[in-house]
Write a protein that binds this ligand. Structure first.
Ligand code: SF4
Ligand code: SF3
Length: 568
């Protein structure tokens, strides 16, 4: 195996024996083969000029496949075997359809086979000359593992091309995850599928130059903005605009379920099904911002947030006592059978030994097993008390705009620090806590994603009633931070977003942070600092392009960075 897609890649280079995340060699290889299959599908769609709007099931399964390979989403080898089989069947149907269009000029039969709404003739292509990714066959897990050994990241020999291909792939994975959440809420944007096919097919194309791939990387950011805007509209359209909210971090006496991950429809269904059962629901890690949405406030049993960022879950799940439902990443493979038996997964997430709950054809999920288990188990053990405040997504901040603008004009607020992104287990991430603590009193932190757990329980005070940590929500809500910056640019009548008193000190871990970063670059944000380390998948040359073009930088010591950011 070889994997270097996350910030914790072994020795800052890549995991080659077992993932630091806990991913086995077998799962890593199956993930490689699934991605390879998606690339093959993409090549058929692009070369055959098939239209995304006619490819419903294929589109949705491509999102699912990409999402399953995100760091800490799915550790279940059998789930990957099943998905590879499903995807190769879909791929072969697409290929046959294109072939039939070539030969008979009568694609009607295949149109029916795929359940396509409209006749689709595609373009004449030589199907037998398609890339191996569009043609290989594997029947058993053993055959898949054998095949996977030759199709992974290292199959691309040129280091810079490999780096760009992977950067694009990781951005596309993040984009797919956000698109799947929007899809679960019934919202789609066909241009996203078209782009996914274009980008994934491009990673197979040896004729593309490094410059072509750099251009495609920037285009990935453009579609990242589209995906985040789509998800923002889906979430706020259904659940209302996040508003300032105090979230309890202590516990109550009832037995309870802990829900983790990013999917709000799963939370909604769980709250509906636990209503009146005497079982409480707590959020964990990236689900915390759900408390900020008006629609979830009507549930009396939606009582608080338990614990911290994802990487502390091993001990926190012990003391939670009840069942845990993962809707997406980040799962840490449980060490004890007892905890494993209390973990349920749904959507793209999965783990061997944990119960997986699938949606029925209409997207409904039956959480009765989770609820029954909660009733049999003890209430959570308290690990902390108090409250955290959040809910500063775009509309809430716009509502406070006058106050914020006055504070900037009067000099009460000198600078904003965007400290969005991910948390992780490396000791070096203490940097972010220290950085937040050492920031001068006339600065405000804008955050989103699980990075916030490094400082959201510190008492950093407020500036004239504006809290010094403004949490917009989940990592995808970094979109809100971009909208806030654009709004401030408008209010202050500036020509360039970079003239604002905003510094970017972002922490990354997995591939959603990659799409957030690319989206910010697309929006014209410069001089973003990325830590705790720069991605292992950036070759020296690719890193230099990002440094020269966008002023991307790493982090140094807290004191050195503080001086640099504050211009001292
Ligand atoms: Fe290693 Fe990260 Fe890949 Fe896991 S996801 S195998 S920790 S690089
Ligand atoms: Fe965190 Fe996994 Fe990225 Fe959505 S939960 S930000 S790391």
């Amino acid at each position: 195996m070889f994997c270097y897609q996350c910030q914790e890649a072994a020795k800052g280079k890549g995991c080659s024996v077992k993932g630091v995340c806990g991913k086995s060699e077998e799962v890593a290889k199956l993930q490689d083969l699934l991605i390879y299959t998606v690339k093959g599908i993409s090549e058929i769609v692009v070369k055959g000029e098939l239209e995304a709007k006619e490819l419903g099931e294929v589109n949705h399964e491509v999102l699912r496949s990409l999402f399953m390979t995100i760091t800490n989403a799915n550790f279940d080898g059998d789930a990957f075997v099943k998905e590879i089989k499903k995807m190769t069947v879909l791929r072969n149907q697409l290929r046959d359809m294109v072939d039939a269009a070539n030969k008979k000029n009568n694609p009607g039969f295949f149109q029916k086979l795929l359940g396509l709404k409209k006749e689709q003739t595609g373009k004449k292509i030589n199907v037998s000359a398609l890339h191996d990714a569009a043609r290989f066959e594997t029947a058993t897990k053993a055959e898949m593992l054998k095949k996977a050994a030759n199709v992974g990241i290292l199959a691309t020999k040129n280091e810079d091309v490999r780096s760009l291909r992977e950067l694009i792939t990781y951005g596309v994975k993040g984009l797919a995850a956000y698109a799947e959440h929007a899809l679960n809420l019934g919202k789609e944007d066909l241009s996203l599928y078209g782009f996914i096919y274009e980008a994934m097919a491009a990673t197979l194309d040896d004729a593309l130059s490094a410059d072509d791939l750099v251009a495609l990387t920037l285009k990935t950011g453009q579609f990242g903005v589209t995906a985040m805007a789509l998800l923002d509209g889906a979430n706020t359209g259904k659940y209302g605009n996040p508003e300032i909210t105090e979230v309890n971090i202590g516990v109550k006496k009832n037995p309870a379920i802990l829900i983790s991950g990013h999917d709000l429809t799963d939370l909604e269904q769980l709250l509906e099904q636990t209503k009146g059962t005497g079982v409480d629901v707590y959020t964990h890690s990236e689900m915390l911002p759900a408390h900020y949405y008006p629609a979830f406030k009507k549930y009396d049993n939606f009582v608080g947030n338990y614990g911290n960022a994802w990487w502390k879950q091993l001990e926190e799940f012990e003391s939670f006592n009840g069942p845990i439902l993962f809707t997406t990443n980040c799962i840490v493979p449980p060490k004890s059978d007892e905890v494993r038996g209390r973990i349920f997964t749904t959507g793209a997430s999965g783990h061997p030994g944990c119960t997986h709950i699938e949606a029925d054809g209409s997207g409904k999920k039956d959480f009765s097993k989770v609820i029954e288990m909660a009733k049999r188990l003890k209430a959570p053990t308290e690990i902390e008390t108090g409250k955290i405040v959040g809910g500063f997504a775009h509309e809430q901040v716009f509502a406070l705009a006058d106050k914020v603008v006055d504070a900037v004009k009067s000099g009460a607020i000198k600078k904003f620090f965007v400290m969005a992104g991910c948390d992780g287990r490396m000791k070096s991430r203490d940097y972010y806590t220290e950085f937040a603590q050492k920031l001068p009193q006339d600065t405000v932190i804008l955050t989103a994603g699980c990075a916030k757990y490094r400082y959201n329980k510190l008492d950093l005070g407020d500036i004239g009633g504006i809290p010094r940590v403004l949490d917009a929500g989940q990592c995808n809500d970094s979109y809100s931070l971009a909208l806030i910056a654009l709004k401030l640019k408008e209010v202050f009548e500036l020509n360039d977003i970079n003239e604002l008193p905003i510094a970017y000190n972002i922490a990354w871990y997995e591939q959603k942070a990659v799409i957030v970063l690319l989206a910010l670059l697309h929006l014209g944000v410069k001089n973003i600092h990325l830590g705790p380390t720069l991605p292992a998948f950036l070759s020296a040359n690719v890193a230099n392009v990002l440094i020269d073009t966008f002023g991307i930088g790493g982090i140094d010591s807290v004191d050195a960075d503080m001086a640099m950011f504050l211009g001292a």
